[in-house]
Design a protein around this ligand. Structure first.
Ligand SMILES: Cc1cc2nc3c(=O)[nH]c(=O)nc-3n(C[C@H](O)[C@H](O)[C@H](O)COP(=O)(O)OP(=O)(O)OC[C@H]3O[C@@H](n4cnc5c(N)ncnc54)[C@H](O)[C@@H]3O)c2cc1C
Length: 463
């Protein structure tokens, strides 16, 4: 059996790909629900992700998987409208004329920003098209220095700085220009006249998780069960121990159990890998506090509102300006997120009620006509590790998929600190990481001697 630690998208994808190759798998998920960061809430209609989710056009692995699992017809690519809130006004920023009308960037700033997004280096007045091909050359360059040199001070101060502040907070100075350039490439082709099409699965990405669970088989997934130990013998991972709560009725019956395994895929955050194997990863993670508000009326007509003014949240993301309210029983759904760099931050210390009060008063300050009586419900999710800080030198800290050299044969890593989750952590990256581990397990089995190769089921289904 191959043990998989974590029932998020990466663990489920690894299980699916391994089963397709004939391996016997068992996924162990610590919480009561699969999905990890992609878990969902119920609404009056379709489910909604606890943390906002959409796809970029460059993400192909998830699109293929959605199609393979029979959901291709439900994958929609509406325009995700963007706007900037500055000095009390919402400025839409999708079309060329909206960008032309934006008063906080000069004409020259806009030209330099456009050239950067088209990956054209116009320093010195002679366009160069290959400057940004080698991202490694920018790995040690701070974003601010880069933008001052390759664009203008105005582009940095009035466009990128508020976005970096929202995304990385006090760690923004640590992030590399290579990350920014990678992030620009990561975004798909824009529709020049309308904005950026973003992918969303009608009914929510929870449906993809459901299909994966069906494909893997519920009997091969155990929720409410935390992997607490890995055993190694003869330089190989040999067993895993799980701890479960008797009341959860997960079939294990509570207490601890040890299972012999031929290989293990850790599909969880690096601290879990460290606890289980001692492998240390130097990547820092930030947390997120994120609420979903169900409101009677739309706040703006944009999907993603960046906030240039002071606000207690990083952005306002109105999901139902992307996927219409009719799918949610008429509810308007608004995400209010805040990334947290340290557990000492005030918002992390607050209970949900105080967080919700903070959001509501913050929205009222920006939109005086907002009526909190029109809020139907608020749900708040928080997680201490939701995104890596893509600091300079990041790629050297990435955890390899195959940890046979670093730790022991048979140990694999598909969590958020893997290569597939750069330059942006995503569902697609989780699936790629899960698939990459499955590939490596199969390749290693093919090259090992029969006595040590992971056991595959026999033609009659046994094993
Ligand atoms: C605010 C926010 C916005 C996002 N926006 C997008 C977006 O727009 N588009 C997009 O594609 N992605 C987005 N993502 C990222 C996406 O959700 C993640 O990249 C993806 O879900 C990570 O999946 P994973 O399986 O690697 O990790 P996780 O989802 O973290 O799953 C790991 C699982 O392992 C379990 N676990 C941990 N320890 C143990 C243990 N010892 N034993 C058993 N189980 C254990 C956990 O409970 C968890 O369920 C966003 C995430 C956040 C937080």
């Amino acid at each position: 059996m191959i043990g998989i630690v974590g029932g998020g998208i990466a663990g489920l994808a690894a299980a699916y790909a391994l089963q397709q190759r004939g391996y016997v798998v068992q996924v162990f998920e610590a919480t009561d629900q699969v999905g990890g960061l992609a878990a969902t809430y119920e609404t009056a209609g379709d489910r909604i992700e606890k943390f906002y989710h959409h796809l970029s056009a460059s993400e192909e692995t998830i699109v293929s998987l959605i199609e393979e699992l029979g959901l291709g017809d439900d994958l929609a690519w509406p325009i995700g409208k963007n706007a900037y809130y500055m000095d009390g006004t919402v400025y839409p920023l999708d079309t060329p004329w909206e960008i032309a009308a934006y008063p906080y960037l000069s004409f020259y700033d806009k030209f330099r920003l456009t050239m950067l997004t088209q990956e054209i280096d116009v320093r010195g007045g002679v366009p160069k098209f290959d400057t940004y091909d080698d991202l490694e050359a920018f790995e040690d360059v701070p974003i601010k220095d880069f933008l001052y040199e390759y664009t203008t001070a105005g582009v940095y101060e009035n466009f990128f700085d508020p976005l970096l502040e929202a995304k990385f907070g006090s760690r923004k100075e640590d992030v590399s220009a290579a990350w920014l350039l990678g992030r620009i490439k990561f975004r798909g082709e824009r529709d020049l006249l309308r904005g950026e099409p973003l992918g969303y699965l009608r009914g929510g990405f929870g449906r993809l998780l459901d299909r994966l669970v069906d494909a893997v088989g519920e009997e091969n997934i155990t929720t409410g069960t935390r992997v607490t130990d890995l055993d190694f013998s003869g330089g190989r991972v040999s067993a895993l121990t799980v701890e479960s709560d008797a009341e959860k009725g997960n079939g294990i019956g509570g207490g601890r159990e040890t299972h012999a395994i031929e290989a293990c895929v850790v599909a969880a955050m690096p601290n879990v890998l460290e606890d289980l194997s001692g492998y240390e990863c130097a990547i820092d993670f930030q947390g997120t506090v994120c609420s979903v508000l169900s409101v009677e009326e739309s706040l703006t007509d944009t999907y993603w509102l960046n906030i240039g003014d002071d606000a207690p949240f990083g952005a306002l993301i109105e999901h139902t300006n992307f996927i219409p309210p009719k799918y949610y029983g008429g509810e308007h759904l608004l995400y209010v997120p805040k990334y947290v760099q340290s557990p000492e931050e005030a918002v992390w210390q607050m209970d949900d009620e105080d967080v919700e009060e903070l959001w509501l008063s913050g929205i009222e300050a920006l939109f005086p006509s907002f009526d909190r009586a029109a809020v139907n419900w608020i749900e708040t999710a928080r997680n201490p590790r939701t995104a890596p800080i893509y600091e300079r030198g990041y790629l050297e800290m990435v955890i390899p998929y195959d940890l046979s050299t670093e730790v022991a044969e048979g140990l694999y890593y598909a969590g958020m600190a893997s290569r597939a989750q750069y330059p942006e952590r995503s569902l697609d990256g989780g699936i790629e990481a899960g698939f990459a581990c499955a590939d490596r397990i199969a390749t290693s089995a093919a090259t090992e001697t029969p006595t040590t190769s992971p056991q595959r089921p026999q033609a009659d289904g046994s094993g």
